[in-house]
Design a protein around this ligand. Sequence first.
Ligand SMILES: Cc1cc2nc3c(=O)[nH]c(=O)nc-3n(C[C@H](O)[C@H](O)[C@H](O)COP(=O)(O)OP(=O)(O)OC[C@H]3O[C@@H](n4cnc5c(N)ncnc54)[C@H](O)[C@@H]3O)c2cc1C
Length: 448
Amino acid sequence: MSLSKQTRQSTAMLTRLSGWGRYPQYQSNIFTPISLTTCQSHLATHTMPLIAHGMGRSYGDSALAEYVINTQELDCLLDFDTHSGQLTCHAGVSLAALLAVFVPKGWFLPVTPGTQFVSIGGAIASDVHGKNHHQHGCFSEYIVSLELLLGDGSRLRCSRSEHPELFHATCGGMGLTGLIINATLQLTAIHSAYINQITYKAANLEEVLALFAEHHAATYSVAWIDCLANNEALGRSLLMLGEHAPEGELHTRHRSKLSIPMEMPKQLLNHYSIRAFNTFYYQRIRQQQSTQCIHYEPFFYPLDGILHWNRLYGRNGFIQYQFVIPQAAGMEGLRTILKRIARSGRGSFLAVLKAFGKANANLLSFPIEGYTLALDFKLAPGLLELLHELDAMVLDFGGRLYLAKDARMHETTFKRSYPQWERFQAVREQYGAIGHFASLQSQRLGLN
Ligand SMILES: Cc1cc2nc3c(=O)[nH]c(=O)nc-3n(C[C@H](O)[C@H](O)[C@H](O)COP(=O)(O)OP(=O)(O)OC[C@H]3O[C@@H](n4cnc5c(N)ncnc54)[C@H](O)[C@@H]3O)c2cc1C
């Protein structure tokens, strides 16, 4: 039964909540304000710490808490300058809704993650990256300014020139500085909704890293790695490069959507089925190099075409493990970590490798110049121990883990690899966020 807006405005609903990985799950009181005024008065009177919840596409526990504010009703487009491409909107607007309006007008997101079912607030709070980080950086690079609701319910605008320390703590700050309510974002002009894609087949890790270096000037690049391949085939992959087509139709697509109706029985997802899938995926591309002109949706959001695909991993859920290691550690680091994963036999359907450009000034933003690898692991006995071992390797190579994917990192791992965490806490203290905003993740990481 759906509740009326009036009811949602005044009550919090007790719901079992989880992130996209469906681990962990938590009983939360969810409050869904239908206006900024309701939201503001709620924050002013609420005494328990709470956390913002966008579209729940972070994998772990960063948007989970005993008390959660869901921003889905804060979804208005407020202003658009047709000459400059600057858009002001509420933080609950999804990237999908924004693209549906602006692609037909010839505008696109300057940076987009691998799903469009993400809110503007969530994209800022995680400072998301896309396939063009090596060229264009993170999402926050295109945020002109944003407005926050602080713990006492007051509104504060911040940007690189107004309260810059709060701006740099909020972008990538996982909702821990306040509730983002509005943002002004610079869109990018396009002439077509299509992408010219080139796919290269790489026989191993050496080849794919050489291809990344050779095609550094490509706007978009991403490689899919067969993480179960070993020995001379270790790191065999398909590298996809993309450029916006110079002309073509400007339209969004309404693809028929497949749906995973229920949790998959656990016998279906095992070492053998993942190996078979990975081999098939790699072998289906025959040529060393192939070109295609494809719509932006399958290029940027291949998984959005399968609804509820997170149910594939069964009832217990899964963990996405995403790390970055500096460029200097590149080949050796990736080889060591991939070998350990291949040896464990715990494969991932999707292991995605990207090259990152320089880090930005945000205190907890994930990317540093180097390589990032993301893999999905089904929750099963022994997994947490393996990931703990991988953490030690990532730290030894000078890397770190992505907070938007994290569900289990230890506090010491976090504090060693995010050296600006103390400055982050100082900004939170200064703007009254401590004691007002907290998630299961922030408590686990010692950001109290
Ligand atoms: C299929 C898939 C592909 C993905 N690909 C990528 C990728 O390529 N690159 C990448 O960087 N990420 C990627 N992600 C992760 C995703 O982009 C981030 O987790 C994003 O933050 C999710 O946004 P959301 O609106 O669902 O936020 P939620 O998951 O609801 O929240 C995430 C964080 O943002 C905070 N937050 C949300 N709204 C607000 C607000 N209004 N004010 C303050 N804080 C807020 C929450 O408190 C929480 O800490 C992917 C996720 C999926 C499921």
